[in-house]
Each structure stands twice: as structure tokens, then as C-alpha cells.
Design a protein. Sequence first.
Lengths: 248, 389, 356
Amino acid sequence: MSDLSHAVRIRRMEKFYGAFHALKDINLEIGKGERVVICGPSGSGKSTLIRCINKLENHQAGSINVLGTELDDNLDNIDEIRRETGMVFQHFNLFPHMTILENCTLAPRLVRKQSQAEAEEIAMAYLTKVKIPDQAEKFPGQLSGGQQQRVAIARALCMKPEIMLFDEPTSALDPEMISEVLEVMIALANEGMTMVCVTHEMGFARQVADRVVFMADGQVVEEAPPSEFFDSPRHDRTRAFLNQILGH
Amino acid sequence: MVSILKQKAYRDATNQVLFVGAIALTVLTFTMVGRENLEAQGITSGFGFLERSTGWSISFSLIEYSTSDPYWKALWVGFLNTAFLGAVSLCLATVLGLIVGIMRVSGNAMVELVGASFVEIFRNVPLLLQVFFWYALLTALPPPRSGIDVLGVIFLSGRGTYLPGLNVTGEVVFLAVVALMAALAGVLWLKSSRRFARRSARDKKRLTRGLLAGWLLLAIVLFWIGRIPDTPLLNLPYLKGLNYRDGIRVPPELLACIVGISIYGAAYIGEIIRAGFNAIGKGQTEAGLALGLTTWQIFTRIRLPLAIRAVLPTLTNKYVWLFKSTTIGIAVGFADFFMIVSTSINQSGQTLELIAILMGGFLLVNYSLAWVLNRVNDAIKLKGNQLRM
Amino acid sequence: METVYREPTFVQSLKTRYFSNLWDSVFTLAFAALVIWIVWNLFDWGVLNAVFSAENRDLCAHGSGGACWAVIDARWRLILFGLYPFEEQWRSAIACAVMVLVAGLSCAPFFWSARRLAGLWLSGFAIFYVLMRGGVFGLTPVFEQRWGGLSLTIFIFASVSLLGMPLAIAFALLRRSELPWISRTMGLVIDTIRSLPLLTILFTFAIVVPFVLPDFLIGDKLYRVIVGYAIFFACYQAEIIRGGMQSLPAGQEEAAKALGMGYWYRIGYIVLPQAFRNALPPTINQFVITFKETTLVAIIGFFEILASGNAAYGTSEWNFAHVEVYAFVGMIFFVFVFALSRYGAYLERRLAVASR
């Protein structure tokens, strides 16, 4: 079939909200083990793009291929892709009526059919990794925002995905909690996880990203390695955006 | 002097004393005038009349009652009738309401339309009208000789609906039903409580089966003890002459009330449950989808539990309100608590005492109902104050 | 490459909305069949085979297989106006129309100030009362005992609302008083009354209260029942208003205090207007429920619309026509209540948008 050196391959993808053209002719390829940061002004479609990858949003034209599986209306394909991709949301979206441990073991038990003991072992390992193993029996409402987001990352990791998608993971956090979450993401990147990150944290991008993609008005304007991107952007739009973001 | 009046503390104290005093005075005046008026009519006050026998019969009773029984027993019969009507109607309304609520958030446009029509039709017409309607319909059924026959064991007629039953005493049936509710509650608790989450699925299945088998055994023992002698166990209605014999007769008044209150309640409960689902952020569903859970799994494990937690306080209010609406029985002649009290007032004249008993009865049930549901709410409500939903 | 956006065709949107997967299609077809069957039978019974005119009563009685709307044709005056004298029924009709107009106008934002609303309702009610009661302006007097049907229902509803609303505000203010004795006593009173069935309260006021009141206070049974219902309404509405006040940020009253506004100014200009705005949807719901539950007075012997409906088919010539009469009365309620609750939903959406 297709070669599997890419994690995500998007070709000529278009998305409409009714008559509004949200994403225009997107062409993007993300290789295995690559870390890609997507940035841009609000309304540029970056969240929409990342949500198309695991079919939380539907695309109307073009093709999206994730780990060799084509993303179409076939439910089996969608399920398979969702098993192999993990997503971290801006507003955490932890299940408030379940403990932290239950949040992490729910999907492995139901989807990967693991036993309770197996799932708990894996969950505790990841919770230790994100440095909150002691909170396992607490409820999401009892944790701070930073802790909740770290749990959300652990929850996604418990499914052992091949790709991790981050949709503005630190935008809803108080400033003092951003670094604890970024730490976890950097550690994840250093282990070789394929990551697609929508974020405004340019320091993170500079440190971790293999490529930075700039989007505006539903189109990919520029993509380049961080050094090139930050020091010598090619387009005026990019320059203007960087001035705004980094200027103050 | 004036400056003292302007002192806030002094004024506050005076206001409070005046307020409570005014209320106390009013209540006192009412009691005294009431007593005067009743004495003028030769009616003694006090609760002694409860020991007197009533001399009148009651059309529907769950326990044995005869015309020579005292007033307190008549009131107890009425109370049991109301409790029975309330329990049955509330259960049916909950089940039906859950179905309607789920229909309204199902995502299928046709199903949602039917659910919405149901809610709008039955919510916007007064309950009394609905009960009258069902009563008129049920009494317009053909007489027993040409009654409607369902499967040969259930008969519908203008004189009532006849269901097959068991020839056992009422107390035994009550105990069996209570034990069944306890067993079902136990099974529910087993499946959802954290305490049992770590047990394996096989263990849980065995425990469930054990609970249900235990109930069956208990039921058999109870029915053995409570058998009415010289009768077969199964009590099937059959047509004899102009009427049906045996079987459990459900009078049209009772059935009309049950149907009316259940459907009216279901319309309201369905709306509340829909509001509960709508109160859950989209993010919960998206997180479930992103993790690879199926729609059904997301619905039963995430959306439904959260919806119930969101609306339990509102549901509690609605249940209390629905229970109060059982007083509608008097309009169609069902011998509920209110009707027995008003008949007693007519017959004995002990107005104030009986009204006090009536209010006391309803206060008791409503406070208990609210207390139980509030405890459940406290047990399952979402913990913590850092919720981002 | 340019992709042109094409509006989904009618067939395509039908497909996504109703037939997106197998289960969806099954449910759609099954429920559609159910709906069609119900609607067809209703149409058949209610329109195609129905008898509309009163002269054709005999057709009905021998089973035309359809609805016998003839009973409405013969008895509508009874249902709408009760036993009001025939020549004066036009007054009753105009009075009802006036109240409906008042209710409709209350929905217009123009009237959304305490003064205008109060003025609108008080003048509307006065006109209603004068028209119904007569005795002035050359109108023959018609006493309350002869009022009935829809006009009695509307009268009770309007009186309860007019009396109950100020009571509700008083109860709410007392309930949230800073003085513990007052707030707790009021809380006890409100909770107790809310735990009691409305029917028992109406019954108590109708039958029991004459025993405990000194003679000069007893008054007419109708007005006693209205007072009782108004107190019940006030307890529920007080809790709704209190909820509206609680959702007000504390800063509002603090700002008013800082500006030197006294208690009544604060309450009247800052707290209550905003509390009412917050509590508007539940308040409308409360009015809707109040209107529906006026039917309960039929049990205590008042000849409101449900009782007059029962009387309409209660005679031997129409006693088979119960379904049609109930359907007619039900439709009257449905129209009023549905309109009001739709308006409430619309308001809720509009207020939610405004607050974002």
C-alpha cells in the first residue's frame, strides 16, 4: 500500500463550515518521530486542522492519511486511527465523575480490552511519569489546572498511541502552571514521540520542534525549522505575527 | 430617646420580636377563634375521635378495612393508597421520562421530533384534564360481558382492569416487593460502586446471581408462609355471569390516576434529563472519542452519569411536586389520603385536627423523599471546586 | 487548485440528517411510520369523518366513526362563559380578550419596568372586573357566582398573579433578611407551604378558614380561594426571585451601598430589576404552571372551564362526546400554554446571548 515512513500525510485538504472556507488546500506531511508545532493568529484554522486528524472535525475534500490508514467515512478506519492517536485538549476534558486512576484506565480497559490490574499498572507508571502518582484516587475537581492537564497527558499516553496531538494545552492555565506541563511535553519529545502541537509557547517551539508551521486564514503560510523560522521568516505575515507574539 | 431607636442593634432586635410576635399572635387568634366556633357547633376538639368507628366504606384499600373500623385506620388506608399511587406513578414516570429524555438527545431527527411532541402535548395540558380524560376513556370501556381480553389472563372493562395475581396476604407481597427493590439496589450498587471496582467481572457476576437467587428464595418462603389457605396459588380472573371473579381488580380511578400522573411526570422528567445532557460540555464527548471509545460507551459511562449528577437536585424537586399531585385522586373518586380526610371532615366535623393530620402526612412524606434523594445527591455529586467543564 | 463549495443537495442533507447509518435509518423509518399512522388516524377521526354542526347530532350518536365536534357547536358558550347571562356574554368575551392582550403586551420589552407592568396589569384587571361585574356605566350587574368557564379561569389566574407577585417579593426580601429570626421563620413558612399540595391549601382556605377567622374577615369563597392560591404562588415565586438575587454578583449591592443608597433604593433600583431579569425564564414557567393548576378549583366546586366542560357533555344527549369536549378544552390550554412557554424559551436564549 503506502509507505509507512510518514505518520500523518495531508494532501489538498479542504474544510468548510457551511459556506465558510475554514481550511484551504492544506498540504502537510509529518514523519514518524517528528515534532511539529503549528502556530498562527486566532481564527487561522490551526485547531481545526489538528482536530481533523482524528476526525473530531470532518473534511470535505482532499485526503488525510494517518499511519497508512486513510481517514474517510469508514467507521473501522476512524476507530483505528483514534486508537493510535492521543489528544490533549485546551480545557483538559477529564471525566469529573471518575477518579484520576479511573480516567486513565477507562479506555485501555474498554478499547484495548486490558484487565483492571494491567490497566492500573500502566496507568500508575504514566502517572508517575507526569509526577502525580499520589493523586491517583482524587477527583479532577480537586486538582489544580496544571495537575489536571498532566493527568490528561497521562490518560492519552495510557493508550500507547503512536502520535500525540496537543490542542493549545497551556492556553487555559495560570502562568505559574505552564512550565510543569511543558516539562512533561519536552520529556515526551525527548523520548521520540511523534507530536503535533498547536501552541503559542514559542520557547517550547524553539527548544523541541523539528518544524514550525505558520497558518493564517485557513492556509499554511510558511513552514521551516525553528532556527530559520524565528530568525529569518520569509513572509511578511509571519514576520508580523512573530513581532506581535515576541515583541511585548 | 430617638437616638436609641436609630441604634441598629436595638432596631434589629425589635423588628425580629415584632415579626415573630405577629406571626405567633395570628396563629393564636386562629386557634382561639377556631376553638370557639367548633364548640359552638358542639364539636369537641382533640384527637379522641380517632378511636371512633367511621361507619362508612372505602372503595379501594390495600389492607383489610370494614365500616366498623376506627378513624385512624381509615386515615391509614388513605395514606397507604396515596403512598402506593405515588410510588407506582413516580417509578413509571422515571422510566418513561428517561426514555423520552434519551430520545430527545439521540441525534436522530425523527426520534427527537417524536420525543419533543410527546413533551409538548403532555406538558401543556393540565394534569386534572388528563386524568379526567383517561378516566372517561377507561369507564367507557365495554362492560364485563364484552370486555377486552388480553392473552386470556388480563381483562379490560368499564368496571376495572383485572390482572392475574397470587393468593397471598398483602403484607407478604409488600415484603417481597421491598426485598426486590433492595436486591435491585444492591445489584446497581455492585455494578457502579468503587468498592467493587477492583473485583473481577466473574466475581461480580457471581455476587449478582447470588443476590437475585437469594431474593427468589426469600420470595418463595414468604409466599409459602403467607398463603391464603384453601386457595390455589395463582389467582386468575375469569368471567362468570355479568362480572369477573378473582384476579386483582384495578379500579378505573386508580388506573386513570396512575396513567395520568406517569405520563405528565414523564413529560417533565424527560425535559429535565434533556437539560442535563445539554449541560455537559462537548469536550467530554470529544475526549471519549479521541480515546477511541464507542458512542454507546461514551453515552453510558460518561454522558448519562454526568447528566444525572447535573439534574438530581432539580429532579428531587420534581419528585416532591409529582407526589403532591396524587391528591388529584379525589377528582375521580380514588380513595387517596386527601379524599379520606375530606370525607372524615364531612362526617365527623373535626376539621382542624384532620387538616393538621393531612398536612402532617404530606410534610412527612415530602421531607423524607427529599432527605433520601439529597443523601444520594451528596454521595454521587462531583467533588472538588476546580472543575472545568 | 480551487475547490468550489457546493451547498449540499436536498437529498444529501436528508441523508445525513435521517439516514446516516443503519440504526439511524431503522429508527427513522420506524418512528416515521408511527407518526404517519397516528397523524393519519387523528386526521381521519378529527376531520374527515367528523361531524361539525349541532343539527347533525343524530349522526354522531349512531357512530359516524369520527369526532363529534357538534357538541362544541352546541355547547361552546357554556364552556367559555359558564352560566353568564346569555345577553351579556359579549362582556365576558371582551373581558377575556382584554386579559389576553395584557398578557401579550407584558411580553414586549417596552413594558419591562415595574411601574409600566404594574400599571398595565392593574388597568387591564380593572377593565376586566368592571366588564364582568357590571353595576356601573349602565351595565347590568352580574355577580361572581354566575361567572364561569374560561372567563372564571382567567379571572382566578389574573387575581392570583396580581396578588401573588407583590407577596412573593415581600416573602423573598424577608427570606433573605439579615435578621436571623425573620429569615429562618420565613424560610420555615415557605418550605412548609411548598411541601403541601396545592389542592389541600385551596381546600383549607375554602372550607376550613371560615372556622378560624373572625366573622368580618370571612368574605366570599371565591376570594378566599384566590388568597390561598396567591400565598402558594408567592412561596414558589419567592424562591425563584431569591435564586435570581443569589445569582447577582455581590459587588452590585456593595457598589450601591458605597454610593450611599439606602435599603429601599438599593432593592428597588439595583437588586430587584436584575434579579427579575435573571429569574425571568423560571418566572414565566411559574405563571404557566399557575394557569394550568387553576383547574384544581373545579374540585372545590367552582365552575371554571374544566367543570363547565364536564357539564357540557354531562347531559344525556351528549354524554358520549367526552373525548371531543376534553380535546377542545385541552386545545385551549395548549394554545395559551404553548405560546407562553415558547416565549419563555425564546427569552432564555436571548438573555443567554446578552450575558455572554
